[in-house]
Design a protein around this ligand. Structure first.
Ligand SMILES: *Cc1c(COP(=O)(O)O)cnc(C)c1O
Length: 232
């Protein structure tokens, strides 16, 4: 069942690319497996998934030890500074950098472990009170500071668009994130690139792909609805 759903999501990504003349190889599907038990992740793995997204440090650590080592783990949830040390050398990318203090903690812990961590800056494009993330106007000044960091590499931007009935409503949000990334890529930073745009979830990933997403984070369409009452 999961295999069919992975195929179906991949097919929809291809169709969204075709609609706007994008090469589907530019878009990577991240299977968002938060709250889901290991056997379901194994099914997704067997269906070819190698990129998995989780939003809790403890859950990444537990699953990391139980699943094959060629999986790339993406930290997509709000990250507390005191927990950075547990995952800094386990994750392939942290999508949720939303403050200078968090970036400093990541740089520091990565330095101690001797690694360089690819990160994305999370932008609260729609300025929702309930969401974490930088304001659009805070992103460029933060880039100027982070350009000098040696153990953290800003690769692009991430946003969580509002929950809407019609995904078309989020098109302006995705467009705004894309424009911000283009604007920043025109500044000549030494260490910062804007090659990654992490946007689009189950309800709106096709619109996000049409607007330039390079990473889409899809949970429900692959694994089904989440039950937050269940233990992992
Ligand atoms: C849960 C989550 C997703 C996946 O959401 P679905 O609607 O289930 O696809 C994507 N991104 C983030 C940051 C999430 O927390």
């Amino acid at each position: 069942m999961i295999q069919e759903q992975v195929r179906s999501v991949q097919e929809r990504i291809r169709a969204a690319c075709a609609a706007v003349g994008r090469d589907p190889s530019e878009v990577t599907l991240i299977a968002v497996s938060k709250t889901k038990p290991v056997p379901l992740l194994t099914e997704a793995y067997d269906a070819g998934c190698r990129e998995f997204g989780e939003n809790k440090v403890q859950e990444i650590m537990d699953k990391y030890d139980q699943l094959p080592p060629d999986i790339h783990w993406h930290m997509i949830g709000h990250l507390q500074r005191n927990k950075v040390k547990y995952i800094v050398d386990k994750v392939t990318m942290i999508h949720s950098v939303d403050s200078l203090r968090l970036a400093e903690a990541i740089d520091h812990e990565a330095g101690r472990k001797g690694c360089v961590v690819p990160v994305l800056l999370e932008v609260n494009v729609a300025e929702e009170d309930t969401k974490f993330g930088l304001k659009v106007e805070e992103v460029l000044p933060l880039c100027e500071t982070l350009d000098g960091f040696s153990n953290l590499r800003v690769m692009g931007l991430m946003t969580i668009a509002p929950f809407v009935a019609d995904p078309e409503e989020n098109r302006p949000v995705f467009r705004k994130l894309k424009k911000l990334s283009v604007d920043i890529s025109h500044k000549s930073f030494n260490n910062i690139t804007m090659s990654v745009l992490s946007m689009g979830m189950t309800n709106d990933f096709e619109v996000a792909v049409q607007e330039g997403a390079t990473l889409v984070r899809v949970g429900t369409a692959i694994f089904g609805e989440r039950d937050y009452g269940a233990t992992v």
